[in-house]
Design a binder for this molecule. Structure first.
Ligand SMILES: [Zn+2]
Length: 296
């Protein structure tokens, strides 16, 4: 069974009734462990890694829990030292997963995909941009020359797109809800905007029509996958109508492209806010299981 890394050993309590499903991370790790996966504790990313993406002033404000009230509202989390530690471990987990992908073909981070974080600000529950930190770290180290970010979260990866707009080493691809948050989109290298209510057939057709060509053209040495399951019907913030089987088919398709192209694949969880958190957990677990099977 595959290895995975998770920051869920670091609790980051939220106020009662907070809409972010913090519990899903520990539940995904628990269920995969029960299936025989080896889940290791993610190590916190250090400042050197975080500085590859973020401005020193922003990093300092986050570290001191000193974001101004407006910035804190945009982020969507109350600032606490526990949350900062957890966010750093989430970035560290994605970096480890990317290194594991290069070593063995697949790396699995049971968190991350925080694609709404920008150089100087966080929004939409995203403190740091783990996708960009991981890609830039491996690029700067010379471990890879080209990275493709495949972002299938229902929300556009606006932070990632803005980070990588002028970076020819990173190709960004995002499939998302045209009318969903963020309401002002950034420009990815390839954006596939889908209507509210799109179902399995419509979604998978769009993916199959666009991703293989992007993958071929990018010729990546590493793919970093943001596999948000907020595409599921019944998700609070999703507005799409994919079934559980549709999410599994989506993830399997990505893994089969990686397998057929021989591209190392690092996966992150991304969003998932189903009214029943166990539905979100089940979709993450089933998607990752399909990926692991395809790449076994
Ligand atoms: Zn999302």
């Amino acid at each position: 069974m595959p290895d995975a890394v998770s920051p869920a050993h670091l609790p980051a309590p939220l106020p009662p009734g907070h809409r972010f499903p913090m519990t899903k991370y520990a539940r995904v790790a628990e269920r995969l462990r029960a299936d025989g996966w080896a889940v290791a504790a993610a190590v916190e990313a250090d400042d050197e890694a975080l500085r590859r993406a973020h401005d020193p002033g922003y990093l300092d404000a986050v570290a001191r829990c000193a974001l101004d009230p407006k910035a804190e509202r945009r982020l969507g989390f109350p600032q606490t030292p526990e949350l900062v530690r957890r966010a750093k471990a989430s970035v560290g987990g994605t970096l480890t997963a990317a290194r594991q992908a290069l070593a063995g073909g697949l790396g699995v981070a049971l968190a991350g995909g925080t694609h709404h974080a920008f150089a100087d600000r966080g929004e939409g529950f995203c403190v740091y941009n783990d996708l960009v930190v991981a890609a830039r770290t491996l690029l700067d180290e010379g471990a890879v020359a080209r990275v493709l970010v495949v972002d299938l979260d229902v929300h556009q990866g606006n932070g990632t797109a803005e980070f990588c707009a002028d970076d020819e080493r990173v190709v960004t691809y995002s499939v998302h809800g045209a009318r969903n948050y963020p309401f002002v989109k950034a420009r990815s290298d390839v954006d596939v905007a889908l209507p509210d209510g799109v179902d399995d057939a419509g979604y998978l057709a769009a993916l199959e029509r666009t991703l293989p060509a992007v993958w071929r053209a990018a010729a990546p040495d590493l793919v970093v996958f943001q596999g948000g399951v907020d595409v599921l019907a019944g998700d609070r913030f999703g507005r799409m109508a994919l079934t559980h089987a549709g999410v599994v088919a989506r993830d399997r398709f990505v893994a089969e492209l990686a397998r057929d192209a021989g591209t190392p694949l690092a996966t992150t969880l991304g969003g998932g806010y189903h009214v029943d958190v166990e539905r979100t957990v089940a979709a993450h677990v089933a998607g990752l299981t399909a990926i692991a099977h395809a790449l076994a």
